[in-house]
Design a binder for this molecule. Structure first.
Ligand SMILES: Nc1ncnc2c1ncn2[C@@H]1O[C@H](COP(=O)(O)OP(=O)(O)O)[C@@H](O)[C@H]1O
Ligand SMILES: O=C(O)C1=C[C@@H](OP(=O)(O)O)[C@@H](O)[C@H](O)C1
Ligand SMILES: [Mg+2]
Length: 170
């Protein structure tokens, strides 16, 4: 069991693997896992419904509170892809070990097909590309470790993060 000093946070675009990788990293480290989308959905309802009823700004406000509470704990935290748009969230992340997961458009296409992510409803991959490009500087600025998930088995990505946490941040 690895006791963490702080939260370890996963960021990156939709479909990069934050939720699936984060869950496995937490299991491997023997710490709790928090996915902030799951917290918001559990407390307020499904994300597509929240986008419909509150709009994106309303969702972002709920997300910001979920992120603030999650990253205050020594656990593995996977954020939603757009959480870094919030300046208060970015300020918190600057003080924490942050892993950026990236993925190419070619690799993400099958991962997001049939997705219920509201921002991809209309334009799918075209929307994904535009959103990922717009946020890329924010992601790069916050990342302490960057791993591309396009061509490697999920288990290798998980192992790299576990090693990095053990070496630099345990
Ligand atoms: N090497 C890989 N790393 C991460 N995810 C992968 C990989 N290969 C396939 N996947 C799949 O891609 C999807 C990523 O979705 P998810 O974890 O929800 O991403 P995010 O939370 O970043 O939106 C999952 O279905 C996962 O099984
Ligand atoms: O990038 C975004 O703006 C979003 C990403 C989603 O999470 P994942 O990145 O885990 O798919 C979810 O928070 C919501 O659909 C909005
Ligand atoms: Mg996710």
């Amino acid at each position: 069991m690895t006791a963490l000093q702080t939260a370890v946070v996963l960021i990156g675009p939709m479909g990069a693997g934050k939720t699936s990788v984060g869950k496995r990293v937490a299991k491997s480290l023997g710490v709790r896992f928090i996915d902030t989308d799951r917290v918001v959905a559990r407390e307020h309802g499904p994300i597509p419904t929240l986008f419909e009823t509150l709009g994106e700004p309303g969702f972002r406000a709920l997300e910001r509170d979920a992120v603030r509470d999650a990253v205050a704990q020594p656990v593995v935290v996977s954020l939603g892809g757009g959480a870094v748009l919030d300046p208060a969230t970015r300020a918190l992340l600057r003080e924490l070990p942050v892993v950026l997961l990236t993925v190419t458009p070619e690799a993400v296409e099958s991962r997001i097909s049939g997705s219920d992510r509201p921002l991809l409803h209309d334009d799918g991959l075209a929307a994904w590309k535009a959103i990922a490009a717009e946020r890329a500087p924010l992601y790069a600025d916050l990342a302490d470790l960057t791993l591309d998930t396009s061509h490697r088995p999920l288990s290798h990505v998980v192992a790299d993060i576990v090693t990095w946490v053990g070496t630099d941040h345990a």
